[in-house]
Design a protein around this ligand. Structure first.
Ligand code: DGT
Ligand code: CA
Ligand code: CA
Length: 586
């Protein structure tokens, strides 16, 4: 079982316990454990196998350690079953609605018997919810909108979609009266692949009211949730919520740091500050008198910084930490030790090893794709059309692969300034064998393998299937390894750790598919690939020219996985890439 699944079980347990009115300390203990689990880079399953003591982890005591062991051993949790006999499990889903916490869910369930989104909607429309104590008309309207929004976007927006909604808003904000500066913070700035909302900060000269009014009057605003002197919240027509905070210039760095998060990172920074008798808030860095235990809130000591983010980090003896690393996963220790990763930049990328042409489901000729890659400054590209089993994508039969090879050879001689590799995205069949015969694979420069069918095999079978494919001596890269489609399809049930270990054993690379809907592998697994020394190919899987630009988003995700240049396969020069492709020939 993956850490994230263990975390999900424990979150559900915490939600249900809270709804059932359990002791808040107990609920908080589960939530703390979840935070720890989400931050781990090593699979708990493996830690247990190696006999490690989980209670040495922060926030994990004997009880939680037992629960985790039970989840790993049995795939379930007796306690969760027990609680679920009292409290319907669907209620945990309702707590995810904006403005509806466990307390409200408890009331809705006890008083009205609501257990599902549909029932909640019905009860709200019939006026029953409004009649409940503590629920007023306003909160019911808000609830109904949250239900609609939740359905529309399942709670999250693709970062790439948010970029599109954000761009015109930022253009509009340029005309804000008195504007000195505007910054995007939150999960967006941290480069998270999906975002819950957009957090904006602005510094304005003079009064803030006209600036706030300018913000809420943006033409794409669907509704204004709140509009105060320094804080405004709107929801755009796309359903994307946007918050704006107007902050004083002297606090701008502190606010940017605070609202960039993540929460885990912020908590750790504040702890580091406390150890130095400092207090860091969204307003700045302040000296705390160590004698004056628990001084009044709002009563600040001497201010020693806050105008820039660097001042925040410097105050606790750290260099500035890039936002993509601020997830509370060891970046503070690494910054202290001087071992923060050197993030990969666009200029480091020498080629793109996954894309399609009109030979399968791409829109462009091989030549056009190659020229576009050359225009991006690459030294090489690989054309990797689908193989025959993927009939919906017009996959290549062995004969067509050979015909395509002729075209590639001819083009290679004509093209100047870029090298063209001939590859193929070969389908992994249900039993883990490959969709093209060995003699065809042998003629290719590059063999990608991928799962495109039978997504619902049971975990052991799916894992074995993929590992079998990786053990094939001609395979180079496992592409979009987990098959997830963000906000649409969950990853298939796969033991990624075992797959990564097999990749290491067989000298196969894994892909970070840069398509914004995939971003697969996911950051924690990239981190693990790096630890294991498995090279990562950051590739666009472009089906049209414009999609070659996905590389940028791929590099953001690579940063979130702490990848450095040496970890990324396609930072190699053409000669080095040739050498890698010949790695098994001695
Ligand atoms: P999202 O919007 O769900 O994609 O994720 P974020 O990280 O953008 O979260 P959001 O919008 O709720 O808050 C933005 C940042 O503000 C967050 O990353 C850290 C900071 N923040 C918000 N609430 C708290 C809090 O209760 N404690 C701490 N330490 N920081 C907070
Ligand atoms: Ca946010
Ligand atoms: Ca927010």
């Amino acid at each position: 079982m993956e850490n994230i699944e263990i975390a999900e079980h424990l979150t559900e347990l915490a939600d249900l316990l809270e709804i059932s009115g359990a002791n808040p300390f107990r609920v908080r203990a589960y939530r703390n454990a979840v935070r720890t689990l989400r931050g781990l880079t090593q699979p708990v399953t493996q830690m247990l196998k190696e006999g490690e003591d989980l209670t040495e982890l922060q926030g994990i005591g004997d009880d939680l350690s037992d629960h985790i062991r039970e989840l790993v051993d049995t795939g379930g949790l007796e306690l969760l079953e027990e609680v679920a006999r009292e409290v319907p499990r669907e209620l945990a889903v309702l707590t995810k609605l904006d403005g509806v916490g466990p307390k409200k869910v408890k009331k809705l369930w006890e008083e009205l018997g609501v257990t599902t989104l549909d029932e909640l909607e019905e009860a709200a429309q019939s006026g029953k919810v409004e009649a409940l104590e503590g629920f007023g008309k306003k909160s019911v309207e808000k609830m109904l909108r949250s239900v609609a929004d939740f359905r529309k976007r399942q709670g999250r927006f693709l970062r790439a979609s948010a970029v599109q909604y954000l761009r015109p808003l930022l253009a509009h904000l340029e005309d804000t009266p008195g504007l000195k500066r505007v910054e995007v913070a939150g999960s967006y700035r941290r480069g998270q692949e999906t975002v819950g909302d957009i957090d904006l900060l602005a510094v304005v000269e003079g009064e803030s009211a006209p600036a706030m009014e300018h913000f809420t009057s943006f033409s794409r605003v669907d509704r204004v949730e709140m509009s105060g002197a320094t804080r405004g919240s709107v929801v755009l027509a796309s359903g994307l919520p946007v918050d704006l905070r107007i902050v004083p210039e002297e606090s701008c760095g502190a606010a940017l740091h605070y609202f960039t998060g993540s929460k885990e990172h912020n908590v750790q920074i504040r702890q580091a500050a406390r150890a130095r008798d400092l207090r860091i808030s969204e307003y700045g860095v302040f000296r705390v008198d160590p004698e004056d235990e628990g001084g009044e809130e709002g009563e600040e000591g001497e201010r020693i910084g806050g105008a820039t983010e660097t001042e925040i980090f410097e105050s606790v003896g750290l260099p500035w930490i890039p936002p993509v690393l601020r997830e509370g996963r060891g970046e503070i220790e690494a910054a202290r030790d001087g071992t923060l990763p050197q993030l990969v930049e666009s200029a480091d990328i020498r080629g793109d090893l996954h894309m399609h042409s009109v030979w399968s489901d791409g829109r462009e000729s091989i030549r056009r794709m190659a020229e576009a890659c050359r225009d991006r400054g690459y030294e090489y590209l690989a054309i990797t059309d689908h193989s025959q089993a993927v009939t919906v994508a017009n996959g290549l039969t062995p004969e067509r692969v050979r015909k395509q090879a002729e075209e590639v050879r001819a083009l290679r001689n004509e093209l100047e300034g870029i090298h063209l590799f001939h590859g193929c995205e070969v389908d992994i069949l249900q039993d883990g064998t490959l969709d093209l015969p060995d003699d065809v694979l042998e003629e290719l420069d590059l063999v990608l393998v991928a799962v495109h069918s039978h997504f619902h095999l049971e975990r052991a079978a799916q894992t074995e299937r993929v590992i079998r494919a990786l053990s094939h001596p001609m395979v180079d890269i496992l592409v979009h390894p987990t098959g997830r489609l963000l906000t649409r399809r969950d990853p298939y049930d796969l033991e990624v750790e075992a797959v990564l270990e097999a990749a290491r054993e067989h000298q196969v690379a894994v892909e970070l598919n840069a398509n914004p809907l995939r971003l697969d592998l996911h950051d924690r697994h990239l981190f693990r690939a790096r630890e294991l020394g498995v090279p990562v190919s950051v590739a666009t899987d472009a089906h049209r020219l414009g999609e070659l630009e996905y590389m940028e988003g791929g590099l953001i995700q690579a940063g979130r996985g702490w990848l450095e240049r040496g970890d990324v396969l396609n930072t190699r020069s053409l000669d080095e890439m040739r050498e890698w492709l010949g790695r098994r020939e001695v």
